[in-house]
Design a protein. Structure first.
Length: 303
């Protein structure tokens, strides 16, 4: 088990970084009620763009910022396809994701690219004795949650939440729902792309396929976090924090299963099984457990 515990700091880092990505998915999936598959592409866009920019000598903070806005542009494409061309949300996301695969390849010029992140503040290869990545990514997640908590508490942010809750009612109250969807999708994918850039910095490489399965991990993080901790509080900021914790739990469980089986070729299957289990928990809880309790209660009353 010593080998497993030695990997925990890296697993925690990855969990928090993917938790940041999951916050972006949270905006579309939970707030806007929009299943956005763009994230598989925009996550890689952030990583690929960051890699090529830093290789060209662009400062790291500026690289993060440009990746952030590139993700927003990806979200804008999906929003325009859906809102003004009448393409269903899921299909619009798939179309943008397909476009981004080619764009990411053009950005990178190859399938993958290494990034010199040794001794960087965010790195899994730091040779110095001071481990800085964990507090930095926690700080990034905390700042992001606070910023989103403030924004969605404003009048405009509240109108986005109203659009997701009841689009017809939002229209009846004079809200431009298309504009709200566009902004929400842009914010969501901007966060996702930023997370992709952070992960590329952390692992020291970018890959055009690094976002494959991102939407599944994001949804798993949302389900895990809200299932395990959702009853503790309905506070909007805490719910985003729960999503980040959900991503950490997902990666801990995933890493443990990988360590126990010790068969890397089964990683994809194990990942799918882990996600399926967590996604099935709410259904099992609502359908089977509640039904069993209600049957037991009716049986008691019949006696």
């Amino acid at each position: 088990m010593a080998g497993f515990f030695n990997t925990l700091p890296s697993v925690l880092d990855q969990g928090i970084i993917w938790g940041i990505m999951a916050i972006g998915v949270f905006i579309t999936f939970k707030i806007l009620d929009f299943a956005d598959l763009t994230v598989d592409g925009s996550f890689a866009t952030g990583g690929c763009l960051f890699a090529i920019l830093t290789a060209a000598g662009v400062p790291v903070p500026l690289g993060f910022l440009i990746s952030f806005f590139a993700g927003a542009a990806a979200g804008l494409i999906t929003a325009l396809l859906h809102c003004y061309l009448g393409i269903p949300g899921i299909l619009a996301g798939i179309l943008t994701q397909l476009m981004l695969w080619s764009i990411n390849y053009k950005i990178l010029g190859q399938a993958s690219m290494p990034i010199n992140s040794r001794d960087a503040l965010i790195s899994m290869n730091a040779s110095s004795g001071v481990y800085t990545t964990i507090p930095i990514v926690i700080g990034i997640a905390a700042i992001l949650i606070l910023a989103l908590y403030w924004f969605f508490g404003t009048k405009y942010g509240s109108s986005i939440r109203a659009t997701g809750s009841n689009e017809a009612m939002a229209k009846a109250n004079g809200i431009n729902v298309n504009a709200r969807k566009i902004i929400a999708l842009m914010i969501s994918n901007a966060i996702v792309a930023f997370a992709g850039a952070v992960l590329a910095r952390f692992q020291g490489s970018a890959d055009i396929n690094m976002g494959r399965g991102a939407i599944v991990i994001g949804l798993a993080a949302i389900v895990i976090g809200t299932t395990l901790f959702g009853r503790l509080s309905k506070n909007f900021a805490l719910n985003m924090g729960f999503v980040t914790v959900g991503a950490i739990i997902y990666f801990f469980v995933f890493q443990f299963i990988v360590y126990v089986t010790n068969e890397p070729e089964l990683l994809k299957m194990l990942s799918a099984i882990v996600v399926a289990i967590f996604l099935a928990v709410p259904y099992i809880k609502n359908v089977y457990i509640k039904n069993a309790k209600s049957k037991h209660q009716r049986a008691k009353e019949a006696k």
